[in-house]
Design a binder for this molecule. Sequence first.
Ligand SMILES: Nc1ncnc2c1ncn2[C@@H]1O[C@H](COP(=O)(O)OP(=O)(O)OP(=O)(O)O)[C@@H](O)[C@H]1O
Length: 295
Amino acid sequence: MTENMLDITNLTIWVAKKDAPKKMLIHDIQMTVPKGEIVGIVGESGSGKSITMKSLMHILPENVETANAGFLFNNRPVGPQERIPAAMIFQDPMTALNPLRTIGYHLVEVIRRSEKMSKKEAEQLAAAELAKVGITMPEKRLRQYPHELSGGMRQRVMIAMALLAKPELLIADEPTTALDVTIQAQILSLIRRLQREEQLTVILVTHDFGVVAGMCQSIKVMYQGRIVEEGTTEEIFYDPRHDYTKNLLKAIPTGEKGKRLYSLGSSSSDSTESDAVYTFQQVSPTHRYLVKQEG
Ligand SMILES: Nc1ncnc2c1ncn2[C@@H]1O[C@H](COP(=O)(O)OP(=O)(O)OP(=O)(O)O)[C@@H](O)[C@H]1O
């Protein structure tokens, strides 16, 4: 039987608003992530993918609160502020890298946070990690500043930094969205290789179905703060049931970020919408989709 690395039950996330009722961003999500798999979370901009992932890492913005956010990591309950062995990489490495510090500084910082070693030893380890993620002339790169590297190279640096934290789970949030197609393919293939070599579990967050196709064993489709459909990659691609999934699939060749592809005619903040009752329709043991209850 497949073991789950992550088991999320009843995750609800609200944003507090000045002089206005709280707005629900995430509606009672349940999600499991099997150990050793690459799981895709797909949905257009604003569907709640990032905020769900940030809640796992306890890096939610201050104006946001969670309710009933109990989750299991390797079958063990995780405390409200407990850190799980997970690392997250983001769309834009520049936001995570200090432009005034060298690449080496960033990597050595991460290494020395968890291990006692000299600067020289840490630099050797950093160079080895850069080589592992496909960066040539790693010793030279250590002395360079973020702006001296290309976008793809910077994303490789972010992946190296993430790996230095020795995660069991890697959350990649739109890791290739800012990159051109060739580089995108290289970064995805790097993530796939590392997943195998390091026996990582990976959550790949994207708005683009084209990205998850060759990467993921299973897919969860998010829309307006809910998972509206989930299944194996084959089930989602060849037998989509929810209208939103069907529309996203139709849009694959363009997959334009931010483009509204489907609408229920109201946003997630609409009280009528949040009061509506949804239930899952099971298609197979692994495939289900959300249905709105009428009446
Ligand atoms: N700190 C915040 N305050 C208010 N609203 C927020 C905050 N963070 C996120 N939101 C809102 O929550 C919703 C989900 O945002 P989230 O960033 O998770 O979406 P996403 O699916 O990851 O999209 P993107 O790819 O654009 O990041 C959006 O409507 C967003 O405007």
